[in-house]
Write a protein that binds this ligand. Structure first.
Ligand SMILES: *[C@@H]1O[C@H](CO)[C@@H](O)[C@H](O)[C@H]1NC(C)=O
Ligand SMILES: *[C@@H]1O[C@H](CO)[C@@H](O)[C@H](O)[C@H]1NC(C)=O
Ligand SMILES: *[C@@H]1O[C@H](CO)[C@@H](O)[C@H](O)[C@H]1NC(C)=O
Ligand SMILES: *[C@@H]1O[C@H](CO)[C@@H](O)[C@H](O)[C@H]1NC(C)=O
Ligand SMILES: *[C@@H]1O[C@H](CO)[C@@H](O)[C@H](O)[C@H]1NC(C)=O
Length: 566
C-alpha cells in the first residue's frame, strides 16, 4: 500500500482541517515503545496548581484534576507567580516561529490575547508584511514576552500572531481582560521548555515518505542552525524537550521514526534522552477534556503548506497558490524551498543517520575526482528501484533494466534490481541507496531516501506523464539539490501513448495542459497511470551523463534543465 501519487492526492480531500480531527494514521495502537515518557526533569508534578483567591471547592477540584493529568505534562506552572500568561509569537526567520504560552484545549489551539490586541483599525492579526501593524504589534506586545524573567533573551520582541499555526492547525484568538483570573482558575497541564510541533501535512497517508522528508530536512536545518534558541523564553527553552505530533501516532512507520530521531537530534539536551519524548494524537485524545495544555515555547518549522493567515479558498496574487476543488483548498507556497538549508547540514544529517543505521562511514567525494565506490573494493552499482508490486507500474521495466545493463557494462557498473515498499525497515531503504552509485526509479515515495546517497552519486528519475502540480514533480529533486553533492536527472514522457490509464474514460485527460490538470481526478489519473519509458531517450540520457558522473565532474557543471511537462 504505497501508492505515492494516488495517496498524496486523495489525502487532500480526506484530511480534516482541524488539528486532531480527520484522518489519523490508522495503525493498531501498540504498547508504548521505549520512548522516554517521564515528566520533564525538574517538573513540579507534585505541586498543586496555582490558586489565587480560589474558594475551597475550587481548590479541591483542581487538586483532583492534577491527579488526572497525564505524566507527560506538569501540574506546576513554569512561569513566575503572577506573571501574565498571554500568548505571543516570535518570528525572526522565514524557516520557523516560536509561540510563547500556546494553549491547547478540547482539540483546538488558542492564543490568549489582551482585548486591545484584537483587530485594530487597518490591522489584521498574522500579517507580518504590514509594517505599521507589525510595529504597533511590537509595541503592544513587548510587555507580553517574559524576556526579562531570567529568560535567555534580552529585548526579545514578539511578532504579530500568525493564526495559521501549522498546516492542519489554526490558532483561535481569545481576548481575555483579566489573564491571571482566567489562568489561575484554569485546569491546566504545563509543558515547560521547548516543544517541537510536527504537523504532518497529509496525515491520512502516513506512508508518504516524501512529505515527511520535506518537513524533516527543514526541521533538522533549523535545529542545527540553532538561532531558534535565542527566540525562546524561560530558563529551559534552549532544548527540545518533546515533540508534539497532533495527527500521527508514535507507533509510526520505521522510516518516519528513524528520520525523526535524527532530525530532532540537534535540538536535544546533552546528556538527555537521545530522542525527545513524543506526545502524539492518542495522548492528546486522552488528555482530560476540561483541562488546558499550556506550552511555554512551541517551535513550529515552516513547510510549503501553511499560510500565516490560514487563508484558504481564494486564488490571488498575494495568496500564493490554492488548490480548491470539491470544496477543499490547499495552499502551497511555491517560493518556499524544501530540503536542507545548507549543504553542511545535509552532510551532518547523512553522517548521523549512517551511524545510527550501523553503516560504514559515508565515503567522501572531491569533485573533479571519481566518486569512490560506496563499498570499497567492490564495483560500483547501478540500481533499478521498483515499488512493491510495481504499482504504480513501470510498464517496460524489463526493457529499462536491459538498457541499463547495456550502458552499465561499458561504464564498469554492475546493475541490480531492488524492490522496496514504504513500510520496509528504514535500514533496507538506506542500505539500498548507500550501496548505489547510480539509481533509477519512477517518481514516488521510495525516492525520499535519495538525499542520503553518498556524495557524488546520481539519481535518474522517471516522471509520469503530465505529472505536475505546483512544482510537485521537483519534490525529490529539490531535496537532493539542497545537499549540493548529488546528481539528479529526470526523464519525462511527452507522448500520451506512453501513459496507460486504468480506464478508457480517462484518456480524455491526455490532452489537458499541466495547468488545466490541477483538479483531483486529472492528477490522480496521471499519478497512477502506467508509465512506458522511451528507451531511446532513456539510453541517450544515460550515455550523456554517466561517463561524466563517474569521472567525478561537478554537480552544477552537469546539471540539466528540468524536463517540462508538455
Ligand atoms: C483580576 O482578577 C483577580 C481575581 O482573580 C482580582 O484579584 C484582580 O483584581 C483582577 N484584576 C483586574 C485588573 O481586574
Ligand atoms: C544568540 O544571541 C547571542 C547574543 O546576542 C549571539 O552572540 C549568538 O550568536 C546568538 N546565537 C545564534 C545561534 O544566533
Ligand atoms: C522546487 O523548487 C522550484 C524552484 O526551484 C519550485 O518552483 C518548486 O515549486 C519546488 N517544488 C517543491 C515540491 O518543492
Ligand atoms: C465511464 O464513463 C461512462 C459514461 O460517462 C460511465 O457510465 C462510467 O461509469 C464511467 N466509468 C468509470 C470507471 O468512470
Ligand atoms: C522515442 O523517442 C524518440 C526520440 O525522441 C522518438 O523518435 C521516438 O518516436 C520515441 N518513441 C516512442 C515509442 O515514443
Amino acid at each position: 500500500m504505497s501508492v505515492f501519487s494516488t495517496s498524496r492526492l486523495m489525502v487532500v480531500f480526506a484530511v480534516g482541517w482541524l488539528c486532531g480531527s480527520g484522518a489519523v494514521q490508522g495503525q493498531v495502537p501498540r504498547k508504548q515503545e521505549a520512548i522516554p515518557q517521564g515528566p520533564p526533569s525538574g517538573s513540579a508534578k507534585a505541586d498543586p496548581i496555582r490558586i489565587s483567591a480560589g474558594s475551597p471547592s475550587i481548590r479541591r477540584i483542581t487538586a483532583d484534576h492534577s491527579l488526572s493529568l497525564p505524566n507527560w505534562c506538569s501540574a506546576g506552572p513554569y512561569a513566575r507567580d503572577g506573571e501574565p500568561l498571554f500568548t505571543s509569537m516570535t518570528r525572526k526567520e522565514p524557516s520557523y516561529k516560536l509561540y510563547h504560552n500556546a494553549y491547547w484545549h478540547a482539540h483546538k489551539w488558542y492564543a490568549l490575547v489582551p482585548p486591545d490586541a484584537m483587530l485594530r483599525d487597518g490591522c489584521q492579526p498574522g500579517v507580518p508584511s504590514s509594517a505599521a501593524c507589525a510595529a504597533r504589534g511590537s509595541d503592544a506586545d513587548g510587555s507580553r514576552v517574559n524576556s526579562a524573567d531570567g529568560g535567555s533573551v534580552d529585548g526579545l520582541r514578539s511578532s504579530p500572531l500568525e493564526e495559521g499555526l501549522s498546516v492542519n492547525c489554526a490558532l483561535i484568538n481569545l481576548p481575555v481582560s483579566n489573564i491571571s483570573a482566567f489562568t489561575d482558575n484554569m485546569r491546566a497541564g504545563f509543558l515547560p521548555g521547548t516543544t517541537l510541533l510536527v504537523d504532518f501535512p497529509f496525515p491520512a497517508f502516513p506512508d508518504n515518505l516524501g512529505h515527511w522528508a520535506e518537513i524533516m530536512f527543514t526541521t533538522y536545518s533549523v535545529l542545527a542552525d540553532g538561532a531558534w534558541r535565542n527566540n525562546t523564553v524561560g530558563n529551559r527553552g534552549r532544548y527540545v524537550d518533546r515533540i508534539l505530533l497532533p495527527n500521527l501516532r508514535k507507533e509510526m512507520n520505521d522510516w518516519f521514526k528513524e528520520i525523526l530521531a535524527v532530525a530532532a537530534s540537534p535540538g536535544v539536551r546533552r546528556g538527555g534522552p537521545p530522542v525527545p519524548s513524543i506526545i502524539d494524537h492518542a495522548d492528546l485524545e486522552a488528555f482530560p477534556k476540561l483541562s488546558w495544555l499550556i506550552i511555554e515555547n512551541l517551535l513550529v518549522v515552516q513547510d510549503r503548506y501553511t499560510h500565516p493567515e490560514r487563508k484558504t479558498g481564494f486564488i490571488g496574487a498575494d495568496h500564493g497558490d490554492l488548490w480548491r476543488y470539491d470544496g477543499c483548498a490547499r495552499y502551497v507556497n511555491r517560493a518556499w524551498e524544501i530540503g536542507f538549508s545548507d549543504p553542511s547540514f545535509a552532510a551532518a544529517f547523512r553522517a548521523a543517520i549512517y551511524k545510527r543505521a550501523g553503516l560504514p562511514y559515508v565515503p567522501g567525494w572531491e569533485p573533479g575526482t571519481p566518486p569512490p565506490a560506496p563499498v570499497s573494493g567492490s564495483p560500483r552499482v547501478m540500481t533499478l528501484l521498483l515499488a512493491h508490486e510495481d504499482y504504480p507500474p513501470l510498464v517496460n521495466w524489463e526493457d529499462v533494466q536491459a538498457t541499463m545493463h547495456k550502458v552499465a557494462s561499458a561504464a564498469g557498473l554492475v546493475v541490480r534490481t531492488v524492490t522496496l515498499s514504504t513500510d520496509a525497515p528504514f535500514a533496507s531503504h538506506l542500505d539500498t541507496y548507500a550501496r548505489s552509485s547510480v539509481l533509477v526509479a519512477r517518481h514516488g515515495p521510495l525516492l525520499a531516501t535519495a538525499s542520503l546517497m553518498a556524495p557524488g552519486s546520481t539519481v535518474f528519475e522517471l516522471l509520469p506523464y503530465k505529472w505536475e502540480w505546483l512544482g510537485i514533480s521537483k519534490l525529490y529533486y529539490n531535496m537532493t539539490r539542497s545537499t549540493g553533492d548529488l546528481h539528479h536527472f529526470a526523464w519525462r514522457p511527452t507522448d500520451h501513448r506512453l501513459a496507460h490509464y486504468d480506464h478508457e474514460n480517462y484518456t480524455r485527460y491526455h490532452t489537458w495542459t499541466p495547468e488545466e490538470c490541477s483538479a483531483r481526478e486529472c492528477l490522480m489519473v496521471h499519478g497512477r497511470a502506467g508509465l512506458t519509458v522511451n528507451l531511446t531517450e532513456f539510453e541517450t540520457l544515460l550515455r550523456a551523463k554517466l561517463p561524466d558522473v563517474l569521472a567525478g565532474k561537478g554537480v552544477e557543471e552537469l546539471r540539466e534543465p528540468w524536463p517540462k511537462a508538455l
